[in-house]
Design a protein around this ligand. Structure first.
Ligand SMILES: Nc1nc2c(c(=O)[nH]1)N[C@H]1C(S)=C(S)[C@@H](COP(=O)(O)O)O[C@H]1N2
Ligand SMILES: [Mo]
Length: 351
């Protein structure tokens, strides 16, 4: 058999690469919300698109390498080279992560590097397409045989992804304990000894419990204010914090049930959201029914929360990604509509 017959047409390869990158971008960004097993398919799709890219990229590079020689380097070709290098590095860091790799880059690690390199791919690709774009034609999709090839590549990708799990288990790598989100376990059930993370740059001074208070305000009939001593921390909640930077930690949290605070404040009928605000301005909302079951924690595994983990009060929101677990909470605000600006606030609250 002539293996070259297996290789799709150049246009088909290019468009498949484009679709793979678009899928990787969309699913990569979407993992930010994937906090419950219902979202596992998002990560599966991300990985399968990655495997497809691993298969297609060499085909493309094989076709174009003859154009690249030091004497023929134009700005455009340098851009294409950067794109190839970045895509390769994004794939390599992703695969390395899957098999348990780590990197110490100051406040960042291998997972951040993967996200950074990955986000750069569509940017470089857009620039590359500005002068290398060819309109798709009927030949791009091609024959029935091409369609079978696409299906074959995607199926092979799914198989390879399916196989990484047993390989990780067999080699007993640090990648073996990954959750479906891609996150790896750190310091579960051991009080405050798990990573301290901020979404962007939130880093307030320790909160003075003497002058701190918690306000319950908004669409309620009785606003209330609680000092540290007024809070009866009699609720417990098992909750797994899964940070989008690639680690998770499972703990038993002790604190105040938000439902008790709401019962005391008596929300009005249109009340639909509950927003948790930090002393830094960082804030996030949960639908009111979900918020009722959430806990504002004062303790973790029986230890008083450390400053880094949000003392005196932090939101525990199981099933939500870590960035929604607001630390240093000083206000519970009941609202009718969700504040759109909180998306911005979580990025800028540290500045
Ligand atoms: N006020 C505030 N709360 C915050 C953050 C922040 O930057 N500011 N970071 C969030 C993110 S991204 C995560 S993963 C968790 C981390 O909690 P930890 O530092 O206790 O591990 O807190 C969340 N709560
Ligand atoms: Mo996070």
């Amino acid at each position: 058999m002539d293996v070259r017959r297996l290789v799709p047409s150049p246009r088909a390869v290019d468009w498949s690469l484009f679709v793979a990158v678009a899928t990787l971008l969309a699913t990569g960004v979407a993992t930010i919300w994937a906090g419950t097993p219902r979202g596992a398919w998002i990560i599966d799709l991300h990985a399968i698109a990655g495997v497809v890219l691993v298969a297609l990229l060499p085909v493309k590079l094989w076709r174009v390498t003859h154009r690249v020689s030091p004497s023929r380097l134009t700005a455009r070709r340098v851009l294409s080279l950067l794109l190839a290098a970045d895509a390769t590095a994004a794939l390599a860091t992703g695969v390395w992560w899957i098999f348990g790799g780590s990197l110490d880059l100051g406040p960042w690690g291998l997972f951040h590097l993967h996200v950074g390199l990955g986000l750069l791919v569509p940017v470089l690709l857009a620039a590359h397409l500005r002068y290398r774009y060819h309109r798709p034609t009927r030949r791009t999709v091609g024959s029935r045989r091409d369609v079978l090839r696409y299906a074959g590549v995607v199926t092979a990708g799914a198989l390879v992804w399916r196989l990484q799990r047993p390989v990780n288990d067999l080699l007993d790598t640090a990648g073996a304990d990954r959750r479906y989100t891609g996150s790896r376990e750190e310091g579960s059930d051991d009080g405050n000894r798990f990573p301290v993370t901020s979404w962007v740059a939130d880093d307030p001074d320790p909160v003075d419990p003497g002058s701190w208070s918690l306000s319950v305000v908004g669409r309620v009939s009785t606003s209330a204010e609680y000092g540290v001593a007024d809070l009866s921390a009699d609720a417990t909640q098992q909750g797994l914090l899964d940070c989008t930077s690639g680690w998770y930690s499972d703990h038993e949290w002790q604190g105040v049930r938000v439902g008790d605070l709401l019962d005391a404040a008596d929300p009005d009928d249109p009340a639909a959201w509950v927003q948790f605000r930090s002393v830094t301005g960082y804030r996030w909302s949960l639908p009111i029914d979900e918020a009722r079951d959430a806990v504002l924690a004062t303790h973790v595994d029986g230890e008083r929360l450390s400053h880094g983990h949000g003392f005196p009060l932090r939101l525990v929101a199981p099933g939500r990604r870590g960035f929604q677990w607001v630390k240093w909470v000083e206000e519970v605000r009941v609202t009718k509509r969700r504040e759109v600006g909180e998306w911005l606030a979580i990025f800028v609250s540290g500045f």
